[in-house]
Design a protein. Sequence first.
Length: 352
Amino acid sequence: MIHKIIFLFIMILSTSFSQVETLTSPPDTSKGPVIVSVTMKLLDINEIEGASQSFNANVFFELEWVDKRLAHDGKSERKIKLDDIWHPNMEFANETFLRRTFPRIAYISPEGKVTFFQRMVGDFSQALVLNEFPFDVQTIELVLVSVDMLHRNDIQIKPLHDEAGYIGDSFSLPDWNIVGHSFNAVSYKPISTAGGDPAVSFKIIVKRKLGYYWLHIILPLIFIVIMSMTIFWIPPQQQGAQVGISTTSMLTLIAYKFAISNSIPSVSYLTRLDIFILVSTVLVFFALIHSIVTAQLVDKGMEKLALRMDWINRFLFPAAFIYTVLYVLILPRDEFGHANWSQLFSSLLDYL
């Protein structure tokens, strides 16, 4: 009798394990891969950080697929733990730290359609090219990929419909505008030689707002450079005034650079704003050198040469600075980042 009970118990356990194994293995793919439909909504972007090459976002996504083994006779959807059934095991490829806010629960319709949704908040890595800073347009990307390596050929991931990628109505970003987005099925390859994994890519195009940079960084620097140029209109005999203004301009520029250090991304290459600050610094420094040289010329009785240097630099320095402003700050750029003078002239003609 005891032997029969033990045998019956073993049979029940083996049947249960067999059923679990069946439900957690992929559905029948003899007629084609399992189609997983994806909907994604970007609820918010909290921050885009150039120095750390990352952004912080609030994302919602929904997955749908059909597993006939889960069909039931009920009239409404049933809930089941996601880990108790087969699922495409979707993860964000570029996540660095994420917090999941919804439980891992799947909803099963009577026909066997499985629906799972999740909301994630956290940081994503993103390579940002900041050469055009602060006039840059960036593309940030959310890549949702199936990490089921053993069954990558049994899964086909696609958007639920043409407009399956949604953008929230408002965002926390204070200094960016969202100008476009796209949502497509892709084959994700972490390295070029690796096999592609089924995935969807949600790309969001953002453009930096320029108001802060013009008011708090660019215009103050323009005023500092203009202040340094006033020495060319002061008679060289007034050596104290010339040297005083030049020294004040240089010290003001040094203090200015300390003040804006937190507003500029720390990258190893020069951005457009870096170039403008560098050229402006050179001009202010040469204005200081000019005041010292003309003071020495006056002391040696060479006032005519000092006056001639003043007269030349009255036009040379402003011309160099205006060219810098136009070339670095105003001039439109083509897709390769090259200055486009013809587009500028065309825009001026259209305006006139």
